[in-house]
Design a protein around this ligand. Structure first.
Ligand code: MG
Length: 381
């Protein structure tokens, strides 16, 4: 491959957080882990080695299923240094030229910073994200004596830390026997005799460590831009077909005609979420000329549409839908419809509203010739 392979370190214990910080849901349904993965991919890595713990391995595997690049998984070690060494060893499978070492807890790392660090490593051998020290750092000795460090010479390293693969592999091998476990890779690289190149990081690229960090991250993610979509669908009411709306089979003398199960409500909801995500419509995703979708269960189609929406980086804030039908009575079935639709989308029933109206006998819906459904969806990127 000879590309840039990410070693994504997601094996910490979340000791200072009190809950699994990398896999806890943020507003909009993302996790720190999924944000980190996206930053790396958009920053141009060609493969990812996930260094995982028991806490993170399932979430990492789920995140990897929808990724456009190859991934592999390796259990972490006793220390961060050991975890990175295991990750570097596993990266050999991709024959990388460049190793992009990144802590999953720095999930607000921008694609631009990843790219800058990779570029620096290609030019100079390394690219270490870092910022100047802002606080005064004192060194306390064993007798309590205080040493001062000149602040203008202090560098706070972040990740990504990017290196020529063979160099950092050698540096880690050399450091493996030493007693002191390094907390970053730049120190290991420098100790092995290399001169690191620093790339300007940012305050936003902070490390998720305390509950206050998690609150800050939630606020940053929660301010993401919303997107709205609408969907509409009509199916003809005929004899000899089941009436299925929102995944509920409603006892009635007629049912909806269509290539799939003709669930007009599910189809309107799918078009609303796809529309909000800018992914066109269900006709594009599941063509009715494709025999694979003959009689298809629309709840399964909705689930798949939602996967596409998530892969495009969106999550659902809420969905609202209206069924327009003269008969039968929809009210008794609405709770089950909300349950089915929300399950298919992987969201809460509280985020899905369904209502029904008649047209007082007017128009084709009023005459019982068809049933119409409309839906609006609000998504967040
Ligand atoms: Mg339809």
């Amino acid at each position: 491959m000879n590309g840039a392979v990410a070693i994504l370190v997601a094996a910490g214990s979340s000791g200072r957080m009190g809950f699994p910080k990398l896999t806890a849901r943020l507003p909009g349904g993302e996790t720190a882990l999924s944000l980190s993965v996206r930053g790396l991919i958009q920053g141009g890595v060609d493969a990812i080695v996930f260094v995982v713990s028991e806490d993170t391995k399932d979430a990492a595997q789920i995140a990897a299923e929808t990724l456009p690049i190859p991934c592999t998984f390796v259990p972490g070690g006793e220390t961060r240094q050991e975890s990175v060494r295991f990750g570097l060893a596993a990266a050999a499978a991709f024959a990388p030229e460049i190793a992009v070492i990144h802590d999953a807890a720095r999930c607000m790392c921008t694609p631009a910073l990843v790219r800058d660090c990779i570029l620096s490593a290609r030019k100079t051998g390394s690219g270490i994200a870092a910022v100047p020290a802002r606080d005064t750092v004192l060194l306390k000795g064993p007798e309590g004596e205080i040493g001062t460090l000149p602040r203008d010479r202090l560098i706070c390293t972040q990740t990504p830390q990017v290196f020529r693969y063979r160099d950092i592999l050698a540096a880690h091998a050399k450091a493996a026997g030493e007693e002191y476990a390094a907390t970053d890779d730049c120190s290991i690289y420098a100790k092995a005799g290399f001169t690191p190149t620093f790339v300007t990081g940012s305050d936003e690229n902070f490390k998720l460590t305390t509950p206050a960090d998690f609150a800050r991250l939630s606020a940053m993610v929660g301010s993401a831009v919303p997107a709205v979509g609408i969907g509409e669908d009509v199916h003809r009411l005929v004899e000899g077909r089941p009436l299925i709306l929102g995944g509920v089979t409603i006892p009635y003398e007629k049912g909806l005609l269509g290539h799939s199960d003709a669930d007009a409500l599910a189809h309107a909801v799918m078009d609303a979420i796809l529309g909000a995500a800018g992914l066109r419509d269900i006709g594009q995703l599941f063509p009715d000329t494709d025999p694979a979708y003959g009689g298809a269960n629309s709840m399964a189609l909705l689930h798949r549409a939602m996967e596409q929406v998530r892969a495009a980086g969106f999550s659902v804030i809420n969905v609202d839908a209206t069924i327009v039908a003269q008969a039968p009575k929809m009210a008794p079935h609405i709770p089950a419809m909300r349950e089915n639709l929300s399950t298919a989308m992987g969201i809460s029933p509280a985020q899905v509203n369904v209502k029904a109206t008649t047209t007082e006998g007017l128009g084709p819906e009023g005459e019982g010739k068809c049933i119409r459904a409309t839906a609006a969806a609000l998504l967040r990127k």
